[in-house]
Design a protein around this ligand. Sequence first.
Ligand code: PLP
Length: 401
Amino acid sequence: MKISTDYFKTTPDANGYFGAHGGSFLPPDLQQEMDRITDAYYSISKSHNFISELRQIRRHFQGRPTPVYYCKNLSERCGGRIYLKREDLNHSGAHKLNHCMGEGLLARYMGKKKLIAETGAGQHGVALATAAAYFGLECEIHMGQVDIEKQKPNVIRMQLLGAKVVPVHEGLKTLKEAVDSAFKAWMQDPVNSLYCIGSVVGPHPFPMLVREFQRVVGIEAREQFLEMTGELPDAVTAAVGGGSNAIGLFSGFVQDEDVELIGVEPGGRGNDTGDHAASLTFGQPGLLHGFKSYLLQNDQGEPAPVYSIASGLDYPGTGPEHCLLKDIGRAKYTVINDEECLDAFYTLSKVEGIIPALESAHAVAYAMKYAHANPRNAILANLSGRGDKDIDYVVEHYGLR
Ligand SMILES: *Cc1c(COP(=O)(O)O)cnc(C)c1O
């Protein structure tokens, strides 16, 4: 499948569409504010000052480039050759800081004083609070009361970083209500605050803007892989929740038609149980949070309840660019269930000395399967984050293996 050379300029189109997906579905007053962000992004992000400042931040604050690592022990065990892009070594332990630093810098150039977002498990909240501290901006993170009680360490991290955590008591008191609450807070003061989305989802321009800030992952990885091996990988793979770490890695290789792109969705307790969050594999076109994508929904077209052992992956929709890559056949999407994820979590820890985030362990699990089936090939997996946040939960529920 050949991808045009001006792919990144023409995707999304001027209205924020990736094929049939994406767009922006907001009430008029919100739409006006979104359009302001789009305009600001286009003019500011191309400026020499913005680009060079972001480059300095990547290097001196985030610790980029992160390495590509050849997993000798794991490869011997599985067959094939398995490589990891080590986003777990990015400052604060995951890829999310890549777009949060971009959003923070954009806010500063726009003269904003405050960053606002919602968070579910707290990972986006922590990354955004980190960016806000760096830029000297206020930070307000909306979080459902149920999630606050479940994710105490991340709540404390955000508070240490100087963010205000706003508890949300409406409805089920989880992510959906937190989104509504964050939107409302932003609308009360759109002039001084920037609403920051945590993945390649939401209304235009966020799927594009977050991709552009995550492209650094793929650009680095392609160069590093070529330098290490003299060739390109046969396949690259990443876990897909909203899809930001996957788009970051894929974008480095999307124009290399011989490199397979494989997104890994959370299969949860198994396809037949309904307890999963595999929107691209099982979803139908739908609309949620102001944009169109493949969506897991019930008979009435409402978003279905979703589940994954990795809380960063349980979202019923997905990034519109992934929907396009699936439709045109450029990327494939597959499913890894909780049990396979856990096996990769324990195995990578034991044989390579790297404890992966449960989200990232989905990509590692697929890489192990692929290596086993394709012993002559090389696969590069995005290790989107480190697993420190998950060890208590895993050991309490599944013990030491
Ligand atoms: C949030 C998160 C993800 C899922 O988000 P995407 O936007 O799909 O990348 C994956 N890995 C880690 C470590 C995360 O924190």
